[in-house]
Design a binder for this molecule. Structure first.
Ligand code: C5P
Length: 423
């Protein structure tokens, strides 16, 4: 029987540290082993005793322990791990890692390791959005660190926005997918290649290659389109772009090269994603065409079905009781066009916003549009523009329902399903 996978969990000093206890329980439940390193500030939030009891392993807190340096030094600690998870990763910890600082046990072993590293940032929204943190995240991704994007929501500090640690179940899903067979065989190969002297010269692999969607190009459309009528008016819809942006982020986290064609929305570009901003359906169609070829396309945008026949150069005036001088033309169906395209992606996923007979309408749409999956959602409530989503996934092999989940969680599950499909 294979040796169980071993996780080294570094717990930074943030209020989300309490969620580490649940993560340890889930790691153990999955059959993996876990050993914890607690930073000095992490120890202000959780006790070594709790972590030791849950992990059934000694908890390491300091670089300066003689006993540990003889029996379990920081080099060995980092080497025995199949994966190092930093959860929660504070802004300070991320900054130190990005700068290559090694001034405590956690940061020293992160410099010494040849194991893949996944960071799960959690912090106040302003700290997360600060240019310095975003710069550090980009640097870490360039260095091959996998970064799991934080959730958006109410925070312990009373503010709302991105920065909240994903639920331990979501972190566990990510750990399991990274520990899947394809990944672990690469990692074992890498470990054996580097085994003799891991710090000597360049590694034989880019850590990026561990990620399950490495080498895939994923095209995502998101947000509404805006169809101008005259200089001051336009046709649009309530789409916020949040679901599409979350999918782009989850795909990038899984290692894909992601092109996100975005209609007009007020959302930050997910780290590591190439964003192309468009306004109208025709511009979106052209941007999609320009982004090809892609292995997978996920068309989440709420494209306006119609545009004004012609855009008036001047503001259109009312003329008493006369009907509005508005003629509409149907927009091209970008998804259906992609299904017929010579460069059709191998996996083509459409979204369907429905207000009734969700599954029935979605099945009909799957056939009509010629895509492989339809992700249908009931938009009769607060889904459009809201934080949560309930979806029906319709494929040629059947359907499944994911009851009300935060949009980032729907995104992660969808990316996981894609990984299983193409794996
Ligand atoms: O026909 P309906 O708008 O319900 O289809 C929704 C799906 O089709 C979504 O994936 C959407 O992005 C895509 N679509 C498109 N171009 C259009 C209309 C919808 O790509 N003109």
């Amino acid at each position: 029987m294979d040796k169980p996978k071993h996780i080294l969990l570094i717990i930074g000093g943030g209020i989300a540290a309490y969620k580490a206890s649940e993560l340890i329980r889930l790691i153990k439940k999955s059959g993996m082993t876990v050993r914890c390193v607690l930073t000095e500030s992490g120890a202000q939030f959780v006790t070594p005793m709790t972590l030791a009891a849950l992990s059934e392993n000694e908890v390491h807190t300091t670089l300066w322990s003689l006993k540990n340096e003889t029996e379990m030094g920081h080099i060995q600690l980092s080497r025995e791990a199949d994966l190092i998870v930093i959860c929660p990763a504070t802004a300070n910890l991320l900054a130190k890692m990005a700068g290559g600082i090694a001034d405590d046990l956690a940061t020293t072993l992160l410099l010494a390791t040849d194991a893949p590293v996944m960071a799960v940032p959690a912090m106040n929204v302003r700290m997360w959005q600060h240019a310095a943190t975003q710069r550090n995240i980009k640097q870490l991704q360039n260095d091959g660190i996998m970064v799991m994007m934080p959730d958006e929501g109410d925070m312990a500090c009373g503010e709302y926005g991105p920065g909240r640690m994903p639920e331990p179940e979501a972190v566990m899903t990510q750990i399991s997918s990274l520990m899947s067979s394809a990944f672990s065989s690469t990692s074992e190969f890498a470990a054996s290649e580097l085994g003799a002297n891991p710090l000597d010269g360049q590694p034989a692999f880019a850590p990026d290659q561990h990620r399950p969607l490495h080498g895939k190009h994923i095209l995502v459309t998101a947000g509404p389109t805006r169809e101008p009528i005259d200089p001051v008016r336009y046709i649009a819809n309530r789409s916020s772009g949040r679901q599409g942006f979350a999918i782009a982020a989850a795909a990038a986290e899984a290692g894909a090269k992601v092109t996100l064609v975005a209609g007009p929305v007020h959302l930050a570009t997910p780290v590591g994603v190439l964003r192309v901003d468009v306004e109208t359906a025709l511009e979106m169609e052209a941007a999609v065409e320009a982004a090809l070829p892609a292995n997978i396309a996920i068309m989440v945008a709420a494209v306006a079905d119609w545009r004004a026949d012609s855009r008036s150069e001047q503001k259109i005036k009312k003329k008493g009781d006369a009907p509005a001088p508005l003629q509409l033309t149907e927009n091209p169906d970008i998804l259906a066009g992609l299904a017929r395209h010579a460069q059709r992606p191998d996996l083509l996923i459409g979204f369907a916003a429905e207000t009734e007979k969700i599954a029935e309408h979605a099945k009909a749409k799957l056939a009509k549009k010629g895509c492989d999956w339809i992700v249908a959602n009931d938009v009769s409530g607060d889904v459009m523009g809201g934080a949560d989503n309930s979806v029906h996934i319709i494929t040629a092999h059947g359907s499944e329902i994911w009851e009300r989940l935060p949009k980032p969680e729907v995104a992660r599950q969808l990316v996981q399903k894609i990984i299983e499909e193409i794996g």
